[in-house]
Design a protein around this ligand. Sequence first.
Ligand SMILES: C[S@@+](CC[C@H](N)C(=O)[O-])C[C@H]1O[C@@H](n2cnc3c(N)ncnc32)[C@H](O)[C@@H]1O
Length: 356
Amino acid sequence: MSNQEMDAARAREFAGHFLGLMNGAAIAQLTSIGHQTGLLDTLGRLKPSTSVQIARAAGLNERYVREWLNGMVVGRIVEYAARTGRYSLPAEHAACLTRAAGLKNMATMSLFFPMLGTVEPRVIKSFRQGGGVPYSAYRGFQKLMAERSAQRQDHLLLSKTLPAVGIVDRLKRGIDVADIGCGSGHAINLMAAAFPNSRFTGYDFAADGIRAARAESRRLKARNTRFEVMDTAQLPDGRRFDFVTAFDAIHDQAEPRRVLANISRLLRDGGLFLMVDTAGTSRVENDMDDPLAIFKYTVSVMHCMTVSLALGGEGLGTMWGKEKALELLKEAGFGKVAVQQIEGDVLNSYYIARKK
Ligand SMILES: C[S@@+](CC[C@H](N)C(=O)[O-])C[C@H]1O[C@@H](n2cnc3c(N)ncnc32)[C@H](O)[C@@H]1O
């Protein structure tokens, strides 16, 4: 299309839209710093204060804090009273940006971008040459995931998720439970503490995740947990389970079909599989209305699709979606699958699957 044919109003509108996206991306960086330094939490606690007072309360360098504050002011996150030189975080903003906000703390989302940025050259290389970037290249991934998922599990797992699955009575009586791709193991440790009559096993091929899982288990003095460094595509036949969970751990598998078939094989008759995985529709045209779709596709390119392709895997990607998920579950022998949303978790769908 030549310049003459271009719709100038549409071009201006698009430029504005794009600038908004870039400013959003920039604020993610400042938000990540605000979360990691505790500045957002400090602001959440303080009454309107000067940059000197805020820096002192947070134990940080004033010059950095002032520049950060000013960025957050023009980002409309922090408010500034020019007359007094005082900054404040409105309670309504603190309600979704501080640790005190618990499950509602969206600042943790921003942590992905600096971590993912470190592997960008390798992702670009994969665009040119194919292949992918292995899990081991993502420094800090397990720690980040542990913080993000503890936020969700602490607030939802025992009070909402397990009751929605309908497994609480069986867990109280005593059953065998496995978590596939357990990461740092918090879900297993939470369930193990709540249901002492049941036995819990977490599998992950990330040794640092399993180390953290065992350390938490020791801290809690749990006697009913076991964590194994294991490729879940190679799960041996020996053990059987009544309840298997996979939190955010199927779509980035190299061999998701094989892992699902393994889960199906290891479940006893009457067993249940809870697959919690990113909500999507399997069709980009239907993802347009998802307010988190940009975030999810970006994480997919930078991590979830790419770690799978690194192992010569299927590369389903974060947004494989409900249609594809149901297809794979059916192929693995799960005839009956109920799909639910859990209030408080806007990111995921909950697939409750039974064998035929
Ligand atoms: C997105 S993380 C989720 C971790 C954890 N379930 C949570 O919710 O925090 C996916 C996990 O799956 C693990 N994983 C991926 N492929 C695996 C495989 N083939 N065998 C074992 N673990 C695997 C990764 O190491 C990672 O810990």
